[in-house]
Design a protein around this ligand. Structure first.
Ligand code: G4P
Length: 542
């Protein structure tokens, strides 16, 4: 028999859609996010997200770095209601130096929107992020942006995705012209032409004229050559005969494709409507207690991100929790799986850009922010009822390495505390030399700016001036079978072995070539670019 709570959870899960946007810097993620909020009614005029950012900059201190450089380091969660849906948009940092943060955010997402600049097609950062989505078989929805600028041939763009990412494509809409002659899109769902009018800076919803393909008014509304071109291209698509297969989409094997221009709002609403209908609602997640559906009545969730000092006046830390099962209620007591301790979840926050609003309940698919008095680490599970743990969030191969030194011995304690807290928060990965004499931590990062953030925060939050000594490596690989497997193969050349905070061996290489060489010489050695974090393991004592 279905209980009242199960029905409540089922209804909530059906309405929920949770996603993150993956893209290369400059493809238009900020702009699209803002337009989604505009159509979702969460903001009334585009431009306010940027304004909010500016306001935040004025009050933030370590995030002054963001302002100085005009980049976005932190990411938050944007929640809004649209039609019958309750949407959680997991915002990710714009700068690629902080992509580790994005990787982790993808662990909390049920869907990904792959945003590409239609003039450029696939770019490096998008490819990397796609690989992370592929690991989790996330459904991917593609939005080609900036059609109001001269763009690449749409068929070419689809071909690139098929060949390079191995994803089948299904264009849900099709662009009519590009650049100055971009007039709108043909929506293959509704079989209608949508012609748009440009609005000033796209600050308001675009005016959309909808007509049938054979409507005689088309002659007055669309230049003849564009009309014929559209008809030809649509025939070609029909001949190709690809059908939209939602099972393939939800298995991460087919991507529905949309064309538009976030800046001028062309195609944004059509995208949002189709995306929400096709996207995956919160589904069962693997845990140590088996696959748990969202309707599992006990509450559970995991920490995918920690963030310090969102509000510099309070100097607090916020833990972002993805709710997986059951109902979250303010002030509830949960068990913290790693330590077995009971934690009271007080002062939960709903996160909208930088504003915080207190919440009373949350359902599977939602993200809540909790003040974190140092209890939570990334990947931690919290639950009520039967003991369970979700799979940890993997560490991704860092590409830059450096010793972090503290030249002032009297600051030893603060130094250690700072390093450990920044590591827990996921600001940077930490490794150690196997040589006991070298006790300084090795910072391992995806981008140079992560080092700068660490140094900046060590100074401003822990009052420790640090120095950085770069190391000449660019590739890290975890070893399957750990120390034992490594011992078996004997001495390795052109690599150094260090250990991660879990005490596991990590091989560092100067470049990919050296890495492939070692793999070639020792085929029994299995090297991984991604290390799963095993929850519950004690951090090695350093
Ligand atoms: P990001 O977050 O992915 O890094 O990209 P963002 O939205 O900041 O957009 C990068 C640039 O691309 C911005 O221009 C933005 O206005 C522009 N852009 C975004 N969407 C479109 C689009 O559909 N068409 C065109 N033509 N441009 C688009 P900018 O000059 O760097 O900044 P701004 O002065 O316009 O704010």
């Amino acid at each position: 028999m279905t209980t009242e709570l199960e029905t409540e959870l089922l209804t909530a899960a059906r309405r929920r859609r949770n996603f993150a946007i993956i893209s290369h810097p400059d493809a238009g993620k900020t702009t699209l996010t803002e337009k989604l909020l505009l159509y979702g009614g969460a903001i009334h005029e585009a431009g306010s997200v940027k304004a909010r950012r500016a306001q935040r900059h004025a009050t933030s201190d370590w995030m002054a770095m963001e302002q100085q450089r005009g980049i976005s380091i932190t990411s938050t969660v944007l929640q809004f209601e649209y039609k019958k849906y309750h949407i959680n948009l997991l915002d990710t940092p714009g700068h690629q130096d902080f992509s580790e943060d994005t990787y982790r955010t993808l662990a909390a997402a049920d869907n990904a929107v792959m945003l590409e600049d239609a003039a450029k097609g696939l770019e490096p950062q998008t490819r990397k992020l796609f690989e992370v989505c592929k690991l989790r078989s996330l459904p991917i929805f593609t939005f080609f942006n900036k059609l109001d600028r001269p763009s690449r041939d749409p068929l070419d763009l689809l071909d690139e995705i098929e060949k390079e990412l191995g994803l089948q494509t299904y264009p849900v809409n099709w662009p009519i012209g590009t650049g100055d002659r971009f007039k709108g899109v043909f929506d293959r769902r509704g079989q209608k032409i949508h012609l748009f009018e440009r609005t000033k800076h796209g600050s308001r919803a675009a005016v959309d004229t909808v007509i049938e393909l054979g409507d005689p008014r088309i002659e007055d509304l669309l230049e003849q050559d564009l009309y014929y071109q559209l008809k030809e291209e649509l025939e070609l698509l029909d001949e190709l005969g690809t059908e939209l297969d939602l099972d393939l989409v939800r298995a991460g094997k087919m991507t529905p494709v949309f064309f538009g221009s976030a800046m001028s709002n062309f195609g944004v609403e059509l995208f949002l409507d189709a995306f929400l209908d096709y996207a995956m609602k919160p589904i069962a997640r693997k845990s140590s207690a088996g696959e748990l559906p969202p309707t599992y009545e006990d509450f559970s969730g995991f920490v995918f991100k920690l963030q310090a000092n969102m509000d510099p006046r309070h100097r607090d830390r916020v833990a972002f929790i993805r709710v997986c099962t059951g109902k979250f209620e303010k002030d509830m007591n949960v068990t913290h799986a790693r330590t077995g301790k009971t934690v009271r979840l007080s002062r939960p926050q709903k996160l909208f850009a930088q504003d915080r609003e207190s919440i009373d309940v949350a359902y599977p698919g939602d993200v809540i922010g909790l003040n974190n008095p140092g209890v939570f680490a990334i990947g931690d599970t919290i639950y009520t009822g039967q003991k369970l743990e979700y799979e940890g969030i993997p560490c991704f191969s860092p590409e830059l390495f450096a010793f972090l030194r503290n030249p002032n011995p009297s600051k030893f304690k603060q130094f250690r505390k700072g390093v450990s807290e920044l590591q827990e928060e996921g600001a940077v990965q930490i490794m150690y030399s196997v040589d006991e004499a070298k006790r300084e931590p090795i910072l391992a990062a995806v981008g140079q700016l992560q080092f700068e953030v660490v140094q900046f925060r060590m100074q401003s939050e822990y009052n420790v001036e640090t120095t950085i000594d770069m190391l000449p490596y660019s590739v890290a690989r975890w070893v399957d079978g750990g120390w034992e497997a490594l011992e078996k193969v004997g001495r390795l050349f052109n690599t150094v072995t260090v250990k991660d905070i879990w005490g596991r061996p990590v091989l560092l290489f100067r470049n990919e070539w050296n890495c492939r060489q070692v793999e070639g010489e020792h085929p029994v050695l299995k090297l991984n670019a991604i290390a799963p974090v095993v929850s519950g393991l004690a951090v090695s004592e350093e």
